[in-house]
Design a protein around this ligand. Sequence first.
Ligand SMILES: *Cc1c(COP(=O)(O)O)cnc(C)c1O
Length: 342
Amino acid sequence: MTKNIDWGNLSFVYQPTDYRVTAKWQDGEWSELELTTDPQVHISECAGVLQYAQTVFEGLKAYRTEDGKVVTFRPDLNAKRLVDSAKRLAIPVVPEEMFMKALDMLVKANEEWVPPYGSGASLYVRPFIYGSGPIIGVAPSPEYEFRMMCMPVGPYFKEGVKPIVIKVSDFDRAAPHGTGNIKAGLNYAMSLYAGELAHEEGFAENMYLDAGSRTYVEETGGANFIFITKDGKVVTPKSKSDSILPSVTRRSLMIVAKDILGMETEQREVPFSEVPEFTECGLCGTAAVISPVGKIYDHGKEIAFPSGMEEMGPTIKKLYDTLTGIQMGTVPAPEGWIHEIK
Ligand SMILES: *Cc1c(COP(=O)(O)O)cnc(C)c1O
């Protein structure tokens, strides 16, 4: 049974489903994972998350394949990244096995919310850990909650894929050797204002350059870049100061490009001055897989990619079709990429 929902018209908005998974960290250990129907949390007014932004999160999707299985894509990488994020904010680590168990529990309990194959919709899973215990002196919270919730979300491109226009931001997203390489709520809090300004000016996203020199391309507020060179190489920026978030989608696309499509790939520093030489540009993340970028504005100057404003460039399209095919089960997946929920 699936819920009676107009799946194709869902947006990316919060909707409580029947169950969420929770565990509490107290006296140095995690409690057993539990399912709860309560969408509210009740915490101290002095909780570490409220006072000092002590929270980290993940984002991944569950979906139905053609043969009716419910699967997730490389969730082990989300589990590992949550470990790295937690360590950096002095949050107790949720071990990978505990994450995987919570994921199976959550998706199974909410199976009626997993959209049907072919609807373009998916079940978005949001795991997070936050400091729930009271702390006023600057220190890690004494207690934490690990929670995993989910909600059905519609297709990212409802009216077909349209390239977006972005701008080079006057703000920085992440300090050199700061928290840019972990998935922390604080990185998003500080990019909201810059994002609102960009939207008011009519841009879909901000391109952030490295904060140290404002010379190299880093990423947007929530997606990594890939570029295609004139001779068909796939290039993704590397950060000398460790301030790019390691996107699961981008890492997977680089493997698809090299091992499945036989393309040349490079992860290296990308000077912003090189960007006009690329023929295609895309933003990679779980939400859209790849959003094609048509134009980048840089203080009155415009970089317009040859792929134009009507459709995805041919190389990015090939990458997109192959990765989404792997996710949907129509293209053979590399070993271990597809995790079936049983
Ligand atoms: C989550 C995120 C991404 C995309 O990562 P995926 O694992 O592909 O979803 C890229 N950049 C930032 C800053 C992010 O938080």
